[in-house]
Write a protein that binds this ligand. Structure first.
Ligand SMILES: Nc1ncnc2c1ncn2[C@@H]1O[C@H](COP(=O)(O)OP(=O)(O)OP(=O)(O)O)[C@@H](O)[C@H]1O
Ligand SMILES: [Mg+2]
Length: 255
């Protein structure tokens, strides 16, 4: 049993693509068991930060600790649930490695019946939580964008990760689907007792639903729990234009 209160401790992290520095001297401590949102302008380095946490890119310098362990050590023994960013509203890219594709052959034409009963039970429990169990026999390609996202989250959760990272999962969803999505994520966090890091451009939603908000634009510009703590014109400076908050409970402009 871990006793570490932090899910993530990042110290002096710098990441570059060739000569272009994408993240510069990032320091970030994220508590365990909370819903953390990462916001910031396009090209600000949000996906780069996620990939660095997942060990998918090698930083120039810095140190990452995950649940109290050095990143390499943690990743050797644990899986982080990951929903990669897709660049289209037609979400059909499933993050499969070649070995995953080959391994699927073990299932044979009988599909899930090739798995042990306890595995199927766990998978069904997760699917039920994400409200996609009744779609189990649908073709993935035939599902709506929102349902596809939930299926992919179920996929990321079946390995029982302590940490789930989602990179812009609400892209392409309408406002109602976005609201449902955030409500579901909050429920998931409570029921599974996991830490969630979610990259998003939904500034209004994240301040309503997330426990903390991290603003990244090459550096970490803000790490806060309340939008009242935001300096005036903060988003204007960060994004280069004025960001209006919409209170999604009532649909009225909030600030
Ligand atoms: N594979 C790559 N090779 C070279 N440059 C890259 C690569 N990936 C990202 N970059 C650059 O690094 C910077 C940060 O990119 P990143 O994708 O992390 O931003 P982001 O905040 O996720 O943006 P978005 O909101 O558009 O998803 C950008 O300037 C981008 O052009
Ligand atoms: Mg990105």
């Amino acid at each position: 049993m871990q006793t570490c209160e932090y899910c993530l401790k990042i110290e002096n992290l710098t990441v570059a693509y060739g000569k272009r520095v994408a993240l510069e001297n990032i320091n970030l401590h994220l508590s365990k068991g909370e819903f953390h949102a990462v916001v910031g302008p396009n090209g600000g380095g949000k996906t780069t930060l996620v990939k660095a946490i997942l060990g998918l890119i090698k930083p120039l310098s810095g140190n990452i600790m995950i649940f109290g362990k050095p990143q390499k050590e943690y990743l050797k023994e644990n899986t982080i649930g990951y929903l990669p960013q897709t660049h289209s509203t037609n979400i059909s890219r499933v993050p499969l490695k070649v070995i995953d594709v080959v391994l699927m052959g073990c299932m044979g034409y009988r599909g899930l019946t090739g798995y042990r009963k306890d595995v199927i039970k766990r998978v069904e429990k997760i699917m039920d939580m994400l409200e996609v169990l009744d779609r189990r026999n649908n073709l993935f390609d035939d599902l709506s964008g929102g349902l596809k996202q939930r299926v992919l989250i179920a996929r990321a959760l079946v390995s029982n990760p302590e940490l789930l990272i989602m990179d812009e999962p609400t892209v392409g969803l309408d406002v109602k689907a976005q609201k449902d999505f955030y409500t579901l994520i909050k429920k998931l966090r409570e029921q599974l007792n996991i830490t969630i890091i979610m990259v998003s451009h939904d500034v209004g939603f994240v301040f309503e639903y997330a426990d903390t908000v991290v603003c990244v634009n090459k550096r970490v510009h803000l790490h806060t729990k309340h939008k009242d703590e935001l300096p005036k014109d903060f988003f204007n400076r960060l994004y280069g234009y004025d960001v209006k908050f919409v209170d999604h409970r009532h649909g009225d402009p909030d600030a």
